[in-house]
Design a protein around this ligand. Structure first.
Ligand SMILES: Cc1ncc(COP(=O)(O)O)c(C=O)c1O
Length: 402
């Protein structure tokens, strides 16, 4: 189904970015030659505006929102920043920000920025051994001076291990104390049902390039009654919440991709689960001491994102495994960040209780709309010898240091 996949071998990194679907590419191509600023009053401007508003209706319809609740952004990172800083500033005087220890850096870093520059008091909520936020801890921090809490941001699906947080319970708890809830659903759309109205969440971040749309486009779904202070000031576009000339081609392609991802989900999710389970079974047969991180098989299919498998390979360095697999045309990820070129142990695994070595020795395989059994089989065939080599290299390096 992917429209563009030049020279790709076995791509198992859909959580990093997934190929654009053909319909989104077609829509983007069709719009790139158009002229017209969606804020201009003449016919070309009005046409551009109509295209943007149709896209807004499409995204809203697919995700249980009203069109006026869709704020287009330049991706998930901007949507997260707008929700977190925007809510913090709008809730004047409330200093406390609650979030989980396993968020993406697009949430952790703006929260940290608020602590360093705006005097926010941050509570990083702990998670359990499978990576789900602990509701007892949330309750405890909410009970303590709830009137001082500006917001709670809790991701929906963890991008590294694929754990699904109990967002219904999280939202109900926070709302009982009058605290607005933002969720980063960047890894959720197309994998789980997302409905702004049904879950009563106040703001939801989504991103185009995780659902088969273009990179650099996303949205914040935000309830009309919620006040936000904008990050960007200028022409007053997007209800004055996000100034800047609308990216008509990108927004149109994004809307097509969101709609298709939502329509595909009921058939795609079970397919991805089957492929993921086959991958995990195959890897464990090839490397018997590999450990699957996140919810166990018995936890039920709703506990884990359908397309993500995250495993620790004891005695290996995750980056070495990644490069060895890459040399064989198998593309995956360690899931964790690199700071100034230095690989860091995964903050997600550390928060789940893993030690430093395990947090460095893990890989994330993530499947998407064009994944096949062939991709899975290639990874399963390669993994045994690759782990052997990484272990030998690790032992040799350790001997050299002695
Ligand atoms: C959970 C999560 N949030 C936010 C982002 C950032 O989104 P974007 O790349 O659209 O800025 C990502 C991307 O990896 C993500 O996985």
């Amino acid at each position: 189904m992917s429209a563009l996949s030049p020279g790709r071998a076995h791509y198992l990194d859909h959580a990093a970015t997934t190929p654009m679907v053909a319909a989104a590419v077609d829509e983007m191509r069709a719009r790139l030659g158009d002229v017209g600023n969606a804020s201009s009053l003449h016919a070309s401007g009005r046409r551009a505006r109509r295209l943007v508003e149709e896209a807004r209706e499409q995204v809203a319809g697919a995700l249980g929102a009203r069109p006026s609740e869709v704020v287009f952004t330049a991706g998930g990172t901007e949507a997260d920043n707008l929700a977190i800083k925007g809510l913090f500033w709008a809730r004047g005087g409330r200093r406390r920000v609650l979030t989980t220890a396993v968020e993406h850096h697009a949430v952790l870093d703006p929260v940290d920025w608020l602590a360093r520059h705006e005097g926010a008091e941050v509570n990083l909520l702990p998670v359990d051994a499978v990576g789900a936020v602990r509701l007892d801890a949330l309750n405890a921090v909410l009970e303590r001076d709830p009137g001082a809490v500006a917001l709670l941001s809790c991701m929906w699906v963890n991008n590294e291990v694929g754990t699904v947080h109990p967002l219904g319970e999280v939202t109900a708890l926070a709302h009982a104390y009058g605290v607005p809830v933002h969720t980063d659903a960047v890894q959720t759309v197309g994998h789980l049902p997302v409905d702004l109205a049904a879950l009563e969440i106040d703001a939801i971040s989504i991103s185009g390039h995780k659902v088969g749309g273009p990179q650099g486009v996303g949205a914040l779904l935000v309830r009309r009654e919620l006040d936000l202070v904008p990050l960007l000031h200028g022409g007053g576009q997007e209800r004055d919440l996000r100034s800047g000339t609308a990216d008509v081609a990108g927004i149109r392609a994004f809307a097509v991709a969101v709609e298709q991802a939502v329509q595909r989900r009921p058939t795609q999710a079970p397919q991805l689960r089957r492929l993921r389970d086959s991958l995990v079974t195959g890897i464990r047969a090839a490397v018997p001491d590999a450990v699957l991180n996140g919810p166990t098989a018995g936890a039920g299919e709703d506990a884990r994102a359908p397309g993500i498998a995250h495993l620790t390979f004891p005695g290996c360095d995750g980056d070495a495994l990644l490069m060895l697999l890459d040399a064989q045309g198998i593309e995956c990820s360690t899931g964790s960040a690199c700071t100034a070129g230095v690989p860091q142990p995964s903050h997600v695994l550390l928060a789940m209780g893993a030690d430093d070595a395990a947090a460095r020795g893990s890989l994330r395989f993530s499947l998407g709309h064009d994944s096949t059994q062939d991709d899975v089989d290639a990874a399963v065939t390669a993994i045994g010898p690759v782990v052997e080599r990484a272990r030998t290299a690790g032992l040799a390096a350790a001997a050299g240091r002695r």
